[in-house]
Design a protein around this ligand. Sequence first.
Ligand code: GLP
Length: 238
Amino acid sequence: MEFKVFEDKESLGKALAECLAALVKQKPNAVLGLATGSSPIPTYQALIQIAHEEGISFKEVTTFNLDEYVGLPEDDPESYRTFMRKELFSSLDFMEGAHHFPSEENMKDYDSMIDRKGGIDIQVLGIGTNGHIGFNEPETPFDSKTHVTTLAESTRHDNARFFGGDINAVPKKAVTMGLRTILGAKEIVLIATGKNKAEAIKKLHDGKADPSCPATILSERPEGVTIYLDKEAASLIA
Ligand code: GLP
């Protein structure tokens, strides 16, 4: 596992976007695993800019998102489908049908859908303050596949900012890729910015796989995992 520390979230986003753009240039039919949340936004913005400047096409690219709330209509302003459309998909030339999100309907088949596309080339991850990746909350079994999960109270609290600050408006359940699904990606990049992520990053840096901090499953993979941090998220490991 490699840790890279950047001056700020913009330079982090640019570095990771260059990596994603390089993959798509080299493999036009790449399969991307994508994340929502505030952490990947600078990366998506930089990727759009690079793609436009360099004329990189995403026509053959397939995407699989990590997670989605249960019970929100597809076009709800806070659904992860809406987020992705707004922050990335609508600004690039993806084909219709290129995007996949886990749902209660497809969750039993989601891992096979990924396999049938040849597997995920790069999986982008954020991390929750409690160490969750996707919506795999503490104590999720390390061998989990795509499944329905009950959100931790702390996660609903963290995400209330997207729902007008009202925790009661935050769905109680979500469908998420499992930890084993995530670990199956050929390459994994995790983004953490801000002081509130420093504690979880310290646990990840300690290198011991511990179900109480789900992201630590990444330490089971010595190769192909890069952690992108800003100075604040890295403050306890320096
Ligand atoms: C959300 C998402 C995760 C994301 C995390 C961090 O709940 N399900 O995929 O990584 O929380 O969010 P943020 O980047 O906004 O801090």
